[in-house]
Design a protein around this ligand. Structure first.
Ligand code: HEM
Length: 410
């Protein structure tokens, strides 16, 4: 196992196939392995972590949030303390009761009624995206198709005025360009600084909007979040800013990368595509779950152990860190036989691409499913020959399973 070091950024440069083989070997071991981390001033705490690579271990840790805390942060490497001071805290990095309070307030953004109301807008956006592809010709699936929908939907949900959207797009691109894997410390620091400035500008934008809606409420989500609900709960300025950042970070790249990998999967597996198109409505639900399992758009999240706990024979102590490797859990051969096969009819236990069961399970999962379903319906029915061409250009990251560019044709 000496050639596998999940804490070493070099590991994430290896080809996907090699990394998958490394995780398969780690899954064979009796116990989770500990990976020490290097301390990097201002950027990394250097605590080291146990890697949870089996499906059962990821589920156990996700479910048991009292023992496996999301504080101080779920990203890996753990960000330094100043990040929290600059951005305020995001619910994904909190435990109950603070997390539960925020989740109660913002859940209304994802209620079935809200999602039904969004559907006609999502359909119109998908139709416009395909119109533009037809008008300008296919070049890059990521920028022309996959990247456009999720950010449009988030801006719509939050009521960001049309005039501001271009700026939001640019700032989101600047902030998500930081992938956690960088060639040099200097470059990391430069990217992190760009990241901070772009995200702060976005927070200021939505806080200003919140002030307007507090004075003059409309029927939109920001009005609902800044004005008290029947229980008297509302978001503060800082919480509203952090929520918007979280949506942009959690709901943008993830959905986009699923679509970008998805078009390649459908191209590489013509039998699965044929089956899907034989009865789109019957198969698309399962096909999306299989895409999310296969792709695992979020590679990993971290937890901190709060009390002594025995995990599959491993004695964990308070303060230990564990990292939940979703991509590995989703290829656990005990749960997903022949895990490298893309099979839209798979009948297995739920994957953990949207997180394991527990208080932090992805709040936007149904919205993501709705976006992906509507986009693929529009694409595959209007452009039946649409397909990925050549190899994708992948993002170098230990966090996002991202696609930078994917040529396509129809
Ligand atoms: C295919 C697309 C998506 C994937 C794979 C994905 C994945 C995840 C994962 C793994 C978590 C769990 C975090 C944890 O356990 O610590 C999560 C949480 C979250 N996701 Fe998603 N996500 C997707 C789409 C979205 C969308 C579209 C939105 C909203 C617009 C969204 C909003 C959130 C939020 C707010 C949380 C935090 C929930 C909490 O802490 O209670 N996600 N997501």
């Amino acid at each position: 196992m000496s050639d596998i070091d999940l804490a070493d950024l070099e590991f994430w440069r290896r080809p996907l196939k090699e990394r998958n083989e490394a995780f398969a070997r780690l899954r064979q071991l009796d116990r989770p392995v500990f990976f020490p981390e290097r301390k990097v001033p201002f950027l990394r705490s250097g605590t080291g972590f146990y890697a949870l690579v089996r499906h059962a271990d990821v589920v156990e840790a996700s479910r048991n949030a009292k023992v496996f805390s999301s504080e101080p942060a779920v990203t890996n490497p753990e960000p330094p303390g100043w990040v929290k001071h600059v951005f305020g805290e995001s619910m994904v990095n909190m435990d109950d009761p603070r997390h539960a309070r925020l989740r109660r307030i913002v859940s209304r953004a994802f209620s079935p009624r809200m999602l039904t109301d969004l559907q006609s807008d999502i359909e119109a956006a998908c139709a416009r995206i395909v119109d533009d592809v037809v008008a300008h010709g296919p070049r890059d699936f990521v920028s022309q198709v996959a990247a456009r929908l999720p950010i449009h939907v988030i801006c719509d949900m939050m009521g960001i005025p049309e005039a501001e959207r271009e700026r939001v797009h640019r700032q989101v691109d600047a902030s998500t360009a930081y992938s956690g894997v960088r060639p040099s410390l200097w470059r990391s620091a430069r990217m992190a600084a760009g990241n901070v400035l772009a995200l702060l500008a976005l927070q200021r934008l939505v806080i200003r909007l919140g002030h307007e809606r507090a004075r003059q409420p409309r029927g939109d989500l920001v009005s609902a979040l800044v004005n008290a609900n029947p229980d008297g709960e509302r978001l503060t300025d800082r919480e509203l800013g952090s929520f918007f950042t979280l949506l942009l970070v959690a709901g943008n790249e993830t959905a986009r990368n699923t679509m970008a990998h998805g078009i390649r999967l459908l191209t590489d597996h013509p039998d699965q595509r044929e089956l899907l198109m034989s009865d789109f409505d019957a198969h698309i639900g399962n096909a999306i779950e299989e895409m999310v399992r296969y792709v695992s758009p979020i590679i990993q999240f971290r937890r901190r152990v709060t009390q002594p706990y025995n995990l599959r024979g491993l004695e964990l102590k308070p303060g230990d860190r564990v990292v939940l490797f979703y991509g590995s859990a989703n290829r656990d051969e005990e749960v997903f036989p022949d895990p490298d096969r893309f099979d839209i009819t798979r009948e297995t236990k739920p994957h953990v691409g949207f997180g394991g069961p527990g208080p932090h399970f992805c709040l936007g999962a149904n919205l993501a499913r709705q976006e992906i379903r509507t986009m693929f319906r529009e694409l595959l029915t209007r452009l039946p020959g649409v397909r990925a061409v050549g190899e994708p250009e992948l993002l170098l990251s230990n966090f996002d399973n991202g696609v930078r560019r994917q040529a396509f044709a129809f």
